[in-house]
Design a protein around this ligand. Structure first.
Ligand SMILES: Cc1ncc(COP(=O)(O)O)c(C=O)c1O
Length: 346
């Protein structure tokens, strides 16, 4: 049997800032509404395979049509479905290095190959070079996250447009898992002009609902039709779909959470701007990516404070999710301690 590297997750305790989740508790009125709704759900019946109520709710909030959407068990599932549709033995997925590791996982599970374009340390890239190198490898699918995970860098809509236009005839998927936290615009407005564009979104980040596992794929209706026809039946369960519909009804709550997170991110970036012992990249997502040649010591200090962040082993990089103001205060205290140790010559 072919070996596929497992996506590692671990049960952890402490201040969890390693998975770009919402740290804040969800509002009680939301949880109560979900609990009440559960009482009238027909759990004895299979879910609506057309996902109609959910797709209509997402379409309404985002100014889209239902026939442009397909929902999955997290955006992971729709990304996997897209990769499974366009990749196969020996076919190539073209992406960035670094980017979201699940692209590699799915490409490998469909026996495809991955070619990567190394982006700059701050997450920026030479768009023309990315296109030129990409066309040379003859990809069957181009996929990258914007804002990028892990750097947090976000391309502008005109840069995205250049990429989509540069790969005419080749499907390009822009993974917008973190777009709600960005200053830049979503690529959705380009769908009118480009038939090779696919966009993925999620309720795990901006809506803070990682536990219910709901994500979406967006494209033109004619692109969505074959993807819908070949999708696993009953991909989504009744409970998650209902919890998502209720969250979408309260989208203003998510928007307020996004604004608080952006504010906290700005505060953290400002506090970290003059760091000497580590370098932090300007982020447009709900996390901050850093480099330090003394990362081991930093990880030790964070560990002592029971703060769990994402450590990219074998490199000098790490990523810290933006948490609640209180959690971020703790993080900043530890990062300051790390800086001051150096100043004291320890
Ligand atoms: C860039 C990116 N895309 C997609 C996902 C998958 O999100 P989900 O499956 O929870 O929708 C993640 C999760 O961390 C991510 O970082």
């Amino acid at each position: 049997m072919k070996e596929i590297k497992a996506y590692e997750t671990a049960e952890q305790e402490g201040i969890l800032l390693n998975a770009n989740e919402r740290s804040e508790a969800l509002p009680e009125y939301y949880l109560r509404e979900v609990a009440d709704a559960v009482l009238s759900l027909t759990l004895n019946r299979y879910p609506d395979n057309s996902q109609r109520e959910l797709l209509q709710a997402y379409a309404a909030v985002n100014g889209l049509n239902e026939d442009m959407l397909l929902a999955g068990n997290g955006s992971d599932q729709v990304l996997g479905h897209l990769i499974g549709t366009f990749l196969g033995k020996g076919k190539i997925l073209y992406t960035y290095d670094p980017d979201f590791s699940m692209y590699d996982y799915f490409a490998s599970s469909y026996e495809g190959e991955v070619r990567k374009y190394t982006i700059n340390e701050d997450g920026s890239l030479d768009i023309e070079e990315f296109i030129r190198t990409g066309r040379e490898v003859k990809p069957s699918l181009v996929m990258f996250s914007n804002p990028n995970n892990p750097s947090g860098h976000c391309l502008s809509i005109s840069e995205i447009e250049r990429i989509i236009a540069g790969f005419t005839g080749i499907p390009v998927c822009v993974d917008e898992a973190y777009i709600e936290f960005a200053d830049e615009e979503s690529a959705v407005s380009l769908l009118d002009r480009y038939d090779n564009l696919y966009i993925s979104r999620t309720l795990s980040k901006g809506y803070g609902l990682a536990g219910i596992r709901i994500g979406f794929l967006i494209s033109r209706p004619e692109n969505m039709k074959p993807l819908k026809d070949n999708y696993v039946p009953y991909a989504l369960n009744v409970l998650s779909m209902k919890a998502a519909v209720i969250a979408l009804k309260h989208h203003a709550e998510a928007e307020a959470f996004i604004e608080r997170t952006r504010e906290e991110r700005r505060r953290m970036q400002k506090a970290l701007a003059d760091s000497k012992r580590a370098r932090y990249i300007l982020s447009q997502a709900n996390f901050i990516y850093g480099y330090s040649s003394e990362k081991e010591r930093l990880m030790e200090l964070l560990d002592n404070a029971s703060i769990v962040i994402r450590d990219y082993e074998g490199s000098d990089t790490f990523r810290i999710s933006v948490g609640t103001a209180k959690e971020n205060d703790r993080v900043l205290e530890v990062l300051k301690q790390f800086e001051e140790e150096k100043t004291c010559g320890q």
